[in-house]
Design a protein around this ligand. Sequence first.
Ligand SMILES: N[C@@H](CCC(=O)N[C@@H](CS)C(=O)NCC(=O)O)C(=O)O
Length: 304
Amino acid sequence: MPDILLHQYDSSPFSEKVRVCLGIKGLAWAAVDQPIIMPKPELVPLTGGYRRIPVMQIGADVYCDSQLIVRELERRYPEPTLFPGGGSLFGYASALWTDREMFQAAVAVIFGGLGDNVPAEFIKDREALSGRPFDPAAMGAAVPMMTQRLRANAALLSEQLRTGSPFLAGELPGLLDANAYYNLWFVRSAYPAAASAFDDSPAIRQWMERIRGIGHGQRSQISPTQALQLAREALPQAIPEGTDDLLGRTVVISADDYGRDPIEGTLIAASEFQLTVLRLDAALGEIAVHFPRIGFHLREYDRK
Ligand SMILES: N[C@@H](CCC(=O)N[C@@H](CS)C(=O)NCC(=O)O)C(=O)O
């Protein structure tokens, strides 16, 4: 059984980002398939309320958000690095471009294009997730504008690839590639007609082919029930570190964009990049749940 469990579903773009990173590192991992919409009764007990995908589990340590999953993979398995061009800044910071700007454009062209074909229960779920109306039929009107936005962002990639290097940071693939790739992969797989926004660039097509060729490492599959059993049998290995006025206190952590469900626990670690809460689940025992600082709010639990 591999140590790395990835709670995911195959059509999830943020999971594809992580799968590509697992491929670059050639790691063995097990996919734990979770539902595409709520409820997620075999995910939420692990995370304490976080519902988004992907989530990485290693024993009783649970890592939420692809940003932190990638950072933890690099920490535990440094070679081959996700930063072949040198420093990590552009790799990590590129997520703020791809996970927000590019993702928004991709979602708009996909769901605007699918229009009436999007199932009603999916629409209802994504409205609850975002707290905003999600109306693919109405999104259709914005498709031309959002296609331009996707095209303009993709043009940044073709411009970079004009340097002649096979990958964005040079000769070897890294996080910059995984980040830049997954939204284009999402468009191609979910609504191929919209891929014309970038498929007319041979440089992008060949680069995507190279990334596809990397694969996803050695993937196996286990059930969510097995994953919960593994959490039950393990103890958190999280190392308390960092400084924060709230260390040792009961806190609430929530995403700052969508899927803001609050997660409560005792703050046991707070590094520059990462927040860790310890939770006691009646069925699973102690679980350490880790979040990135960027993209999440931390506040003290208010007992009132
Ligand atoms: N910032 C998060 C975003 C994750 C995200 O939006 N994931 C999508 C799936 S790709 C999601 O959770 N959608 C709602 C759901 O699957 O329930 C990350 O980087 O992991």
